[in-house]
Design a protein. Structure first.
Length: 143
């Protein structure tokens, strides 16, 4: 599988898990159900744009790297102190889904961090965006 396709899939999964997590936060009353919810929506929009439109470009890799790194820290926020372990979430219904989305988010976001760093490193070394594909698949390539 091509590097950019893997990054796109991992990033899209991270976006999905982040949206599940944020919705669960709002339902549980951890995040206010107010206008301030547009801030996470804005981050998800930028992340989605970088994943789908800026794929393979330096700006796309940088955005995915930064936002994925921030998203990978969400489990740390919820699992420290009273968080999940000693809090009411562990005793509530839907706790499994809440914890599972945090774990899945952490894994896919960290994987996106690694893949986007790899993509940036490849660009730095002078590899083109099309270096993953054979010459015959490139537009204008001669046989």
């Amino acid at each position: 599988m091509k590097h950019n396709v893997t990054l796109t899939i991992a990033s899209l999964l991270s976006i999905l898990f982040t949206s599940f997590h944020h919705a669960d936060d709002v339902v549980r009353g951890m995040a206010p159900g107010r206008f301030s919810n547009l801030i996470p929506v804005f981050f998800l929009l930028v992340w989605l744009y970088a994943t789908l439109v800026l794929a393979g470009r330096r700006s796309g890799y940088i955005i995915i790297l930064a936002v994925s790194f921030m998203a990978s820290g969400l489990p740390l926020v919820h699992m420290r102190g009273a968080g999940l372990v000693g809090g009411e979430i562990a005793k509530s219904s839907g706790a499994f889904f809440f914890v599972w989305t945090l774990i899945a988010l952490s894994v896919t976001a960290l994987f996106s961090v690694i893949l986007s760093a790899h993509g940036l490193w490849s660009l730095r070394r002078g590899k083109s965006r099309e270096s993953d594909s054979p010459d015959m698949e490139r537009p204008g390539a001669t046989v």
